[in-house]
Ligand binder design. Structure first.
Ligand SMILES: [Zn+2]
Length: 130
């Protein structure tokens, strides 16, 4: 998840309040390279910046403060499935995405950043409780 202000902890907290478990992803620098330091990185701004990846995801404030402290340039990852009670729909075609939105009220639209000036949209669907 791409955030537009410099307070990643605040953004991570907002996501956790929706019930999502979050963890830091490496960010993208102004030149469009991944902040992991590998100039040939194949997952620019999309891979975990924690020792155990998504297994380190948290949804409590002490955990968020600890994981995201000093990481304002990072992106935010959300653990999918039962942990956050969501599935993610990645639709590259904006028109198809709008069509999909019309057919469900469960889809929330999020803007993501993959590389410099390269944003895309993905939808998050909350899994229905039965
Ligand atoms: Zn990287």
């Amino acid at each position: 998840m791409y955030h537009t202000n410099n307070n990643i902890i605040e953004q991570a907290k907002k996501l956790s309040e929706k019930g999502y478990a979050v963890f830091p992803l490496h960010g993208v620098n102004d030149a469009g390279y991944c902040r992991c330091g590998n100039i040939n990185c194949k997952d620019v701004g999309k891979h975990p910046d924690t020792a155990n990846g998504l297994k380190d995801a948290v949804s409590d404030m002490p955990g968020i403060n600890s994981l995201f402290e000093g990481k304002n340039k990072n992106n935010i990852g959300i653990t999918t499935g039962k942990r956050s009670n969501i599935i993610v729909v990645d639709v590259d075609d904006v028109n198809k995405f709008s069509e999909l939105e019309k057919n469900t009220n469960l889809l929330r639209r999020y803007r993501c950043r993959q590389a410099k000036d390269d944003t895309f949209t993905l939808g998050i669907v909350t899994i229905m409780q039965t």
